[in-house]
Design a protein around this ligand. Structure first.
Ligand SMILES: [Zn+2]
Length: 103
């Protein structure tokens, strides 16, 4: 069998966990991995926290844009799009960073 070089543990792929390192549930996993319920739990928690952080930062950026951008309709449209993009990017970045810390 060929070794998977893109594996997180390419030299120790044959080692197996007998229990999840996070919840201690008996499972059969590659070394360093966590079980599916733990992955789902982490994904749910990170999504919730990322949504809150992105919403708070978007409110702050939106208030700043509302106060600083002139009343020109084009400027309002572009700044509104920028605020929406800010929300999406903040949500993605916070979710990714939290997933790395919580895993
Ligand atoms: Zn687990």
């Amino acid at each position: 069998m060929l070794r998977q070089w893109n594996s997180r543990t390419p030299l120790f792929g044959y080692l197996r966990e007998q229990e999840c390192p996070r919840c201690r549930r008996p499972v059969d996993l590659p070394l360093g991995e966590i079980c599916t319920p733990c992955q789902r739990d982490i994904r749910r928690r990170t999504a919730r926290i990322a949504r809150i952080v992105a919403l708070l930062s978007t409110v702050i950026v939106g208030a700043y844009v509302l106060l600083r951008v002139p009343a020109d309709p084009t400027a309002r449209l572009v700044s509104g799009a920028a605020v929406a993009i800010w929300y999406l990017l903040t949500n993605l970045v916070v979710r990714r960073v939290l997933r790395e810390f919580l895993t």
